[in-house]
Ligand binder design. Structure first.
Ligand code: PLP
Length: 396
């Protein structure tokens, strides 16, 4: 089995900037990433600076405005899009809400989801369905993890009245990376818009959203980007903007005249922003992005993530009582697996056992499995520790 240490030369000193990594083997990046000290310091300093200049006044208002702009520029550089296409949100789910409620629904319209979407997104669809008489159906992508073609499955489930397709770039339960460019093309050919839940992809792989051709891409800073909880974003494709109406509206959404009366929507992504926010979070996210970019390009980070997930996948697959959901090496940092002959509650017990041994992974309910996430700065020794603990549990 390939040894990872050659690719991990400076990683020990790099990891020292993440206090959370000092005392545990961490595999929950898909839940929440650990924050670097520099991110926490940047937020504390920003908070102090706001108090020092303001907290409310013309100068501090201008200063905050510059920081909001800088945060959008940092996010946009990571996604390879123009900063004007970015709306700052609180998390993935708020971004999905903006996209889903902003469409002018008509009774009889159709929403297509995959069968691997997050519960929050399912709940939004159900409420839209109830309120507007929109039909929601689900297509089976879970079964295409190892065989089958997700593009074809989606194609078969599109209808003439499908207004919106909602799916994740990386399926959070099985770790499948979907061929989004091909899926976007199939949707475009059907005149259906596509909203992507990017909870597991932003910060975890190189992205060029304009090239992908998706309409809406909702993400967060607190998972793979290791930024603070409470700030995320939504990309809206320029061609999709005219059809997406703001649902929540406030002073940040509009252009004001000299009597402070709203006269038009802001032309950029701030059209979907509302009002006062916790601005130091934006600075924290910008700092987190800068820290990753200093380590290497998005492509280099992704390659390292894949080396780590393959290493973990191979070690797990070699255990007699463990079954990885994937039958080939993962294409991202998520590795989902089960115990052979597991009973109900086994996965929860495994997660609890591992946490008691200071290894952090999570339980997934559908399919019944556990999920370990590796980042580019995960250690070979962390993976070895996890696998060794899993083995002991599986043999007990
Ligand atoms: C695929 C997916 N979508 C949505 C979410 C919810 O994210 P947030 O709390 O940022 O809205 C998660 C969180 O784990 C997720 O994995």
């Amino acid at each position: 089995m390939t040894n990872l240490s050659a690719t991990q030369k400076n990683v020990h000193s790099y990891r020292e900037q993440f206090p959370a990594l000092a005392n545990k083997a961490y595999f929950n990046y898909g839940g929440q990433g650990p924050m670097p000290q520099g991110v926490m310091d940047a937020m504390t300093e920003t908070q102090a600076q706001i108090q020092n200049i303001g907290p409310f006044g013309n100068e501090v208002g201008r200063w905050i405005g510059l920081n909001v702009k800088a945060a959008k520029e940092a996010i946009a550089s990571d996604l390879n899009v123009a900063p004007t296409t970015i709306t700052l949100t609180e998390n993935v789910t708020v971004g999905c809400n903006i996209a889903m409620w902003g469409i002018e629904w008509h009774s009889g319209d159709h929403i297509l989801l995959s069968d691997c979407e997050h519960q929050g997104i399912i709940a939004i669809s159900q409420e839209i369905s109830r309120r507007f008489g929109v039909e929601v159906t689900t297509c089976p992508l879970m079964d295409t993890l190892n065989t089958g073609d997700p593009v074809e499955v989606i194609n078969q489930h599109l209808r003439p009245n499908t207004r919106l397709v909602v799916l994740s770039h990386i399926l959070w339960n099985t770790g499948q990376l979907l061929p989004l460019d091909k899926i976007a093309e199939v949707c475009r050919n059907n005149n259906s818009q596509i909203l992507v839940d990017a909870a597991q992809s932003v910060g975890a792989m190189p992205l060029n959203l304009d090239q992908l051709g998706v309409d809406f891409y909702a993400f967060t800073g607190h998972k793979w980007l290791c930024g603070p909880a409470g700030v995320g974003g939504l990309y809206v494709r320029p061609q999709a903007k005219a059809s997406l109406k703001p649902t929540f509206v406030g002073w940040r959404s509009v252009i004001l005249d000299d009597r402070n009366q709203p006269i038009d929507w802001n032309p950029d992504g701030s059209q979907y922003e509302v009002a006062t926010s916790d601005y130091p979070l934006y600075v924290g996210l910008k700092e987190a992005i800068a820290i990753h970019q200093q380590w290497g390009t998005a492509e280099q980070r992704y390659q390292q993530i894949c080396r780590h997930s393959e290493y973990l996948w191979r070690k797990l697959a070699a255990l007699p009582n463990v079954k990885c959901l994937r039958t080939s090496p993962p294409e991202c940092g998520l590795v989902s697996f089960q115990l052979v002959n597991q009973k109900p509650h086994t996965t929860l017990k495994l997660v609890q056992f591992l946490e008691s041994e200071r290894s952090f992974i999570r339980q997934i309910r559908d399919p019944d499995c556990v999920r370990a996430c590796v980042h580019y700065f995960t250690l070979e020794s962390e993976i070895d520790q996890l696998v060794e603990s899993v083995q002991r549990f599986s043999l007990a």
